[in-house]
Ligand binder design. Sequence first.
Ligand SMILES: Nc1nc2c(ncn2[C@@H]2O[C@H](COP(=O)(O)OP(=O)(O)OP(=O)(O)O)[C@@H](O)[C@H]2O)c(=O)[nH]1
Ligand SMILES: [Mg+2]
Length: 278
Amino acid sequence: MTENQLEQQVERAVLVGLSCPGFTAAQGADERTMDELRALAETAGAQAVAMTLQRRPAPDARTFIGEGKAEEVKALAEANDATLILFDNELSPSQMRSLEEMTGRTVLDRSALILDIFAQRARTGEGKLQVELAQYQYILPRLSGMWTHLVRQTAGGGKSPIGTRGPGETQLETDRRHIRRRIDKLKSDLEQVRQVRAVQRRQRKKTELPMVAIVGYTNAGKSTLLNTLTGANIEANDRLFDTLDPTTRKKRISDTQEILLSDTVGFIRKLPHHLVSA
Ligand SMILES: Nc1nc2c(ncn2[C@@H]2O[C@H](COP(=O)(O)OP(=O)(O)OP(=O)(O)O)[C@@H](O)[C@H]2O)c(=O)[nH]1
Ligand SMILES: [Mg+2]
């Protein structure tokens, strides 16, 4: 593959954030969360080509950032050849739709982006079930219109454009009831997985080994630490949410004492609440 072809595969994105005096930390955007959004975009396979942080007294009901700013974002996208506009804040379904109509570009918010990364990364059965559940829960209230123009492929697909790795198109646009049924099914499947896990946990408790978890911000070096301490062969990479399916290893810490050491999924600011259990 030539370099030119490679370049074409990377989606170019304009990053947008809005700061308002009345916003909570979870609602707002600032330089720090915008930096994080850039890292999230790169992890998802997009290149941030422009960035703008808007301040206004309150969000605009229709366009969120205000009509004038939306025009500016459109011009930025045109000037930079961007196909994608990524918001650091959560948008309402109708705001997303208005912005897509105004800019002629795919508009995604932070939650959609994180969901997309999770869909790329989940490896185990349980991880995949949880991501699919979170995707459906995110999509359900947004069904009317917004996703319909996106060409959706199968969940977890590798090649589809960012924001389109999700459940298939036909179900989404037409059948809310189908999605609700699917959500129920996923929940009951997960419940079964949980019961199996509970049994495993009880067995582990019977062995009476103390459990230690390595926790911290995503990309902090948790998996690397577990690898170093136990010789486990977990992937450790310089990208966000590399580990979604945590590993546990036994570790001898003295002549008489062994412990169980677990890797965990990293923290990030403003994680969409549907994804917390995942
Ligand atoms: N300079 C430096 N880099 C480190 C250190 N520990 C890990 N890294 C690097 O930091 C990056 C992230 O490490 P990981 O172990 O994958 O981080 P993590 O906390 O498991 O990240 P997630 O699974 O994404 O939450 C990798 O590129 C590591 O090589 C360290 O002590 N010093
Ligand atoms: Mg890790």
